[in-house]
Design a protein around this ligand. Structure first.
Ligand SMILES: *[C@@H]1O[C@H](CO)[C@@H](O)[C@H](O)[C@H]1NC(C)=O
Length: 110
């Protein structure tokens, strides 16, 4: 989870705390309840599933898979803008030329 939150922060997305603290909606897995409302961020996993489903069609539905990959479908950034898998894949996730997950590689666990 820490990695996901870090990735969201790096992506410049805002995810405010829920008030009251335990009131955030569960994510689409129906199990995990975050302390910040990251529902829209997490819904990018629904785009992954959609792409997977289009690629499982016979014949492969590349056109629709590409549409979801490039335009997004479930993960809104607000104001009509969609978070897309393509944007995430192409975004420079480095800071000062270094990958930002380095601290996590050194993480020793709880
Ligand atoms: C996006 O999601 C909606 C709601 O589930 C669905 O009806 C629509 O077909 C999806 N769009 C694509 C391109 O799959």
């Amino acid at each position: 989870m820490r990695f996901m939150l870090l990735a969201f922060m790096v992506a410049g997305a805002e995810a405010g705390p829920c008030t009251p603290v335990d009131s955030c909606p569960k994510l689409s897995d129906g199990l995990y309840c975050p302390v910040n409302d990251v529902t829209e961020h997490a819904d990018i996993n629904r785009d992954v599933k959609l792409v997977k489903d289009y690629l499982a069609e016979t014949p492969l539905n590349y056109a629709m898979a590409k549409e979801v990959y490039t335009a997004g479908n479930f993960s809104s950034k607000g104001l009509g803008n969609m978070r897309t898998l393509q944007d995430l894949a192409q975004k420079d996730m480095t800071v000062d030329g270094k990958y930002t997950n380095v601290p996590l590689q050194n993480h020793k666990g709880p």
